[in-house]
Ligand binder design. Structure first.
Ligand code: SF4
Ligand code: SF4
Length: 82
C-alpha cells in the first residue's frame, strides 16, 4: 500500500482517481486506507494517485510492503466483496 505524507497540499486531485476508494480526507491532509490500496494492481499499470500528485508526496507505506501477489490477492478480495 502507498501512503500520503504531510507534504500533501490537499489539492483534491488524487481522491476521485483511486479505483479502490482508498483515499479520503484525514484530519489535516488526505490519507490512504492501506486495506484498500492495491497500488492500483488489477486496475492500472501505474498508481494513479502518484501519476497525478503535483508534489510527489505518495511513497510506499513502510509498514505495508507488499509484493505483487499480495496486491493481486487484495484486489480480488476487494472486487469480490464489492
Ligand atoms: Fe488508490 Fe491506486 Fe493510489 Fe492506491 S495507488 S491509493 S489504489 S490510486
Ligand atoms: Fe495531496 Fe497529492 Fe492527493 Fe493532492 S494529489 S491531495 S497533494 S496526495
Amino acid at each position: 500500500a502507498l501512503t500520503i505524507t504531510a507534504e500533501c497540499i490537499n489539492c483534491d486531485v488524487c481522491e476521485p482517481v483511486c479505483p479502490n476508494q482508498a483515499i479520503s480526507m484525514g484530519p489535516d491532509f488526505y490519507q490512504i486506507d492501506p486495506a484498500r490500496c492495491t497500488e492500483c494492481v488489477g486496475h492500472f499499470d501505474q498508481p494513479q494517485c502518484v501519476e497525478l500528485c503535483p508534489v510527489q508526496c505518495i511513497p510506499v507505506h513502510p509498514l505495508h510492503l507488499e509484493d505483487r501477489a499480495s496486491l493481486e490477492l487484495k484486489y480480488r478480495r476487494l472486487t469480490s466483496n464489492a
